[in-house]
Structures are given as C-alpha cells and as structure tokens.
Design a protein around this ligand. Structure first.
Ligand code: ZN
Length: 398
C-alpha cells in the first residue's frame, strides 16, 4: 500500500506496521486503543488531502480515499469512483457505501478522472438516419459524456490545488491559471492530444477565434471530432449564455450547464466550456456545454459550495493569514471530488490539530458526531466562531 498525492505522485509506501493497522481497520478487527490509533492515522491522511493506492494488482493501482460517514461520524475507506478493481484476494476489496449518499441521487457526483487516459468528452456526429445511439445528430453527446466535463473541472481544481488554502501557498491569478494549464497537459482530449494544446484561458471572441483556427488546422484529431476547451472566471451563466463582462450580450452555448453542488450560486464562477463544430463537417464552432464551480473571488479560485459561505470563508482566510503571522500554519481544504459532505472544510495545522467545519446554516445531510466537527450555525456569531477556530489552533502552541 502506498500514500499518494491527488495528482498521483508517490508520497511513500506504508511501513509494515501501518499496513497491519489499516488492514485490521478495514477488516473490522480493531478495538480500543488500536481502533483509535487507526482513526487518528486515517484522519491525518485525510487532513493532508492524500489518498491510498493499493498494490494488489500488477498493472493498475486501485485508489481509495478516507471518507467520513456523516450519519455515524466514523471514517471509512472508499474506492475512488472509476478506479481500478482490487484483486480478488485483497482485503481492501470491500467498498463501504454510505446510505443516502449522493451516489444514490439522479446525478452521479463529480468523479476524479485519471490522468493520461483520453477524455473523449464529446461524441462523434451521427447522421440523422442512424439508429438512436450514444450521440445524437446535433452532437451534444450523452448525459454521461456531458457530465464528464464537470468531473474534469473538479479534477483540474483538485489536481492544481485550488481547493487548498494556506498563507504560504497563496498564488496570484496568473499562477493559478498556470497551474490549471499544467494539470491540463496530463489530460489528452483524444489519444496523444494534451488538453493544454487546445485550451484557452479566456472566454471572448478573440480567444475563440484563436482556438478555432488551431482546431481547424490540426491533424492530431484524425477522423475524430475536433474539440477544445475554454476556461475562464465568469460572472453568471443563464439562458444558454455565459456572462463574463467581456461582452454585454454574453457568449452563447448550445448544450447544458452543469453546476457543481447541484444548485445555482451567484458568481464569480470558474467555468469550463467545450468548444467544437456544431454539426458534422461544419466550419461553425460554438461552445457546446459548460460546467461551473463557484469560487471565492476573481483573485482566488477557491471553490465555494453556496452563497452563504462567502462571508465566513473570507473570514477564515484572514484568520489563517493572521495565525500564519503568529507562527501557526493552518491549511484549509475543501473536498470537491465525490459527493459526500461537500459542505465540509478540513482545517489542519502544522501542530497536528485537525478541525472540520461547515459554514452552512442547515446540514446538507446527517452531521458527523465527531468532536472535531463544528458548524458555524451552532455559534452565536461569526465572531465567536472565529474566536473558537483561533483558540483551537493557537492553544496547541503552548
Ligand atoms: Zn487492493
């Protein structure tokens, strides 16, 4: 078993003692002190935003994340959506399902997409006479294909670390988009065509024309449908238009708008659009589908689940900066992959303290009953909450 970063980089292999501990945990063989030890170990991994990759298969790495069961407050190991299967003899084969989790809803949660595997975000054109298949004549693709655009956006956010805030990790907007570009270089649109080659990080006529010119001249797509990506921080998406302040009329798109968090939240939003010819053989290109994730500000693309989080999130960011000035480094992470407890923010310090918080007034589901989970709404005011969080981390200094 190995510990990996979310971009797939190896952190280290587990020691034999850790391997025994984690196996005992998934086989439900631990109690008392050992169970506590296993929970602390997993919480630390979760706090660090790392995953476990299993060595049971010779050619593939099944990847697991540490998930908090929000009804019981207990931790469990869950196979990442779309990850490789474990070998038949592997103790980690069991995939615990949380009752009532987002996986049972209509839309699957946005999943992590593995790098170096062709994305194929859009289906080929079909002639109108063909049998109803996976794509339709207008080429908007199946819902599953469309939904992958949202998964790609959250994967980009996760892999580029935009969902992590720490004072010393603060980057300007140019650097944040540079990180997104560099992650995109690991994702081929089709075989051997990195997404970064056909990605523009601004939605306006000029950049669409540049992308269209490159796509038209490209030989890389062979006989496959050509498409590229547009990424930008926008104000609003409504009535099949993207508004970003670069045009009064907005920019049209043809297909669907996929919202992370499943609910409309006001901007700014990080938007990823798929750009392709609208019909077979056409020289007319258009944005087809758009996926968006609300972000904290135009300067900071940290994901926001709901509008009501904006003000307290800004407070947490200032508080983290203040604590950094006092020598306590606190890292705040927002899980964006999967769909469980999306309102949760995990704060961890260099002094081994981990606190998870929700800034939502109402729980989205059953709450974790752990001591280290706090809800802003249970405090008298934002100020008392802020004092609690500061106390939680600063106390550990003494
Ligand atoms: Zn395994």
């Amino acid at each position: 078993m190995r510990i990996i970063e979310k971009n797939g980089a190896l952190v280290r292999t587990l020691t034999p003692a850790e391997q025994v501990l984690v196996e005992g945990f998934v086989l439900n063989q631990l109690d008392g002190h050992r169970l506590l030890q296993a929970n602390q170990w997993l919480m630390k991994l979760r706090g660090a935003g790392q995953w476990l990759a299993c060595d049971c298969q010779p050619a593939a790495l099944p990847v697991m994340n540490v998930t908090l069961n929000s009804s019981t407050g207990t931790l469990f190991l869950k196979n990442n959506p779309g990850t490789a299967e474990h070998a038949a003899h592997c103790p980690f084969i069991k995939d615990a399902r949380e009752p009532g989790s987002a996986s049972e809803h209509d839309e699957p949660p946005a999943a992590w997409l593995a790098p170096d595997v062709p994305l194929r975000l859009i289906g080929e054109f079909r002639s109108s006479g063909s049998a109803p298949g996976t794509s339709n004549a207008s080429g908007v693709g199946t819902r599953k294909e469309q939904h992958r655009l949202l998964s790609l956006l959250v994967t980009f956010i996760e892999a580029s670390g935009l969902n992590v805030y720490a004072t010393d990790l603060k980057k300007d907007l140019t650097r944040q988009f540079a990180e997104l570009r560099s992650v995109a270089s690991r994702y081929p649109l089709v075989e051997r065509v990195p997404a970064s080659h056909y990605l523009e990080t601004r939605i306006d006529m000029k950049h669409m024309m540049m992308l269209k010119a490159r796509l038209k001249e490209s030989t890389a797509f062979g006989s496959q449908r050509r498409y590229g990506l547009l990424l930008d921080c926008v104000n609003e998406v409504r009535t099949r238009k993207v508004f970003n302040g670069r045009s009064d009329n907005g920019f049209d798109f043809q297909g669907y708008h996929w919202l992370w968090g499943g609910e409309r939240t006001s901007g700014p939003l990080l938007a990823l659009a798929l750009y392709s010819p609208t019909t077979a053989g056409s020289q007319y290109y258009e944005m087809i589908h758009v996926a968006t994730v609300p972000v904290l500000s135009r300067a900071q693309l940290f994901p926001v689940l709901r509008e009501e989080e904006r003000e307290p999130l800004k407070m947490l960011v200032s508080l983290i900066d203040w604590m950094a000035g006092k020598g306590v480094r606190v890292v705040m992470r927002r899980p964006v992959i999967g769909g469980d407890v999306m309102d949760e923010l995990v704060l961890s310090s260099n002094l081994d303290r981990v606190l998870s918080v929700s800034l939502m007034k109402q729980p989205l589901g059953p709450e974790p009953s752990s001591d280290t989970f706090k809800r802003l709404a249970d405090f008298k005011s934002l100020d008392t909450f802020s004092k609690y969080v500061a106390g939680f981390f600063m106390r550990a200094r003494d």
